[in-house]
Design a protein around this ligand. Structure first.
Ligand SMILES: NC(=O)c1ccc[n+]([C@@H]2O[C@H](COP(=O)([O-])OP(=O)(O)OC[C@H]3O[C@@H](n4cnc5c(N)ncnc54)[C@H](OP(=O)(O)O)[C@@H]3O)[C@@H](O)[C@H]2O)c1
Length: 340
């Protein structure tokens, strides 16, 4: 009978700490700083906005000592060790490159860049500068992801043959909404589709065949995608992403002797069932960090990696981010070509 392994994650408290600076104090930065300050020993010491009023307001709200107008001022500060790039997709490349050029470590919101070529550029720059760089694929740092990875390494479901994952949240269409502007990374694949692609890649490894169909908005940004992948090992994935309907965000891994089934959205701290050896096990995240509070885990993991002298995440490397974006580029190309 299978004994469930205990997930091993970097503790939220008591480890090495870094002084963080935030670029782009918007929606996700708000959630991230809030959980990091409440649940970890990491400290956000600076924030920079395009507007002095907005950086001041954000600093006051979160007890951040330094508020800057303009990103360069924060990047010049000797008080900042690591920069969190939390601006919209199209700003990831320029802001990450500027942070790296200033000698800062960098955590870049997902997806790391608009396409694989931009991500490659960021990766090369970080390697040349010798700084730590990581995509904020925060789900990988949740306890459930360590559990899944241990179960797979232990052969708990036999040989993995199929992965499924979906993610969808409905957006009301408006031509002026940046989410529908393909020139700045609009479209469901960058926003939501990157998660199912990451999940498949994290379980199956390199992908060698991509087939996608979908539909596009009048702006040509893709709003629905159904994707079939084959990995280099011959296993398959069936994925979907949608901006026209909100889906439960479920994922599963089917192997020759068992399955791992998410009972709640795989992106957030979740509940799982594991079917193995004819038995059924249930597991639920009981860390107390629900929903976006789970964003805190990646911050303590990053601080530990830097203290260990690493320049990349051992759980989701820059090459992993680039590989996922290569598949995403292909999916987007196929959907837009078929829509012409
Ligand atoms: N991990 C997750 O669960 C999660 C969830 C949501 C979003 N995200 C990712 O986080 C990123 C930001 O998303 P968000 O929803 O937080 O975005 P947002 O609120 O629209 O923008 C974040 C901030 O970036 C700055 N900004 C906006 N446009 C800019 C521009 N053209 N140039 C420079 N700065 C600009 C703004 O701050 P100032 O104008 O004050 O400088 C804005 O408040 C996206 O890449 C998204 O994929 C991740």
């Amino acid at each position: 009978m299978l004994t469930l392994p205990e997930p091993s994650v970097t503790p939220l408290r008591g480890g090495p700490t870094l002084r963080w600076g935030v670029l782009g104090p918007g929606g996700i930065a708000q959630d991230w700083v809030s959980t990091v300050h409440r649940h970890t020993d990491q400290r956000v010491v600076a924030v920079a906005s395009r507007s002095s009023d907005r950086s001041q307001a954000f600093a006051v709200r979160h007890g951040i000592p330094h508020a800057f107008e303009g990103h360069e001022a924060l990047l010049a500060s000797p008080d900042v060790d690591v920069v969190y790039v939390a601006a919209p997709h199209a700003q990831h490349r320029p802001l990450a490159l500027a942070a790296i050029a200033a000698g800062k470590h960098v955590l870049i919101e997902k997806p790391m860049a608009l396409d694989a070529q931009e991500a490659e550029e960021i990766s090369q720059a970080a390697k040349a500068a010798g700084v730590f760089a990581m995509e904020a694929m925060w789900t990988r740092y949740l306890p459930q992801s360590d559990l899944v990875s241990r179960l797979l390494a232990d052969g708990a479901v036999g040989e993995v043959r199929t992965v499924t994952a979906d993610l969808g949240w409905r957006w009301e269409y408006s031509a002026g909404d940046p989410r529908f502007d393909p020139t700045i990374g609009g479209g469901v694949m960058i926003d939501a589709g990157v998660y199912p692609l990451w999940f498949a890649h994290s379980v199956l490894g390199p992908i060698d065949s991509v087939h996608a169909i979908g539909s596009v908005a009048p702006t040509t940004a893709e709003i629905e995608a159904v994707i079939a992948l084959r990995s280099a090992s011959g296993a398959l994935a069936s994925l979907s992403a949608s901006a026209t309907t909100t889906t439960p965000g479920l994922a599963s891994v089917y192997g020759t002797t068992g399955s791992i089934l998410f009972d709640s959205s795989f992106v957030f701290p979740a509940r799982l069932r594991i079917l193995s050896d004819g038995g059924e096990h249930e597991w639920a995240d009981e860390s107390g960090l629900a929903g976006r509070d789970g964003l805190a885990w990646q911050a303590t993991a990053l601080a530990a990696y830097v203290a260990e002298g690493r320049t990349q995440s051992p759980l989701h490397s820059l090459d992993d981010s680039i590989a996922v974006l290569r598949v995403l580029d292909d999916v987007r190309r196929q959907i837009r070509r078929h829509a012409e």
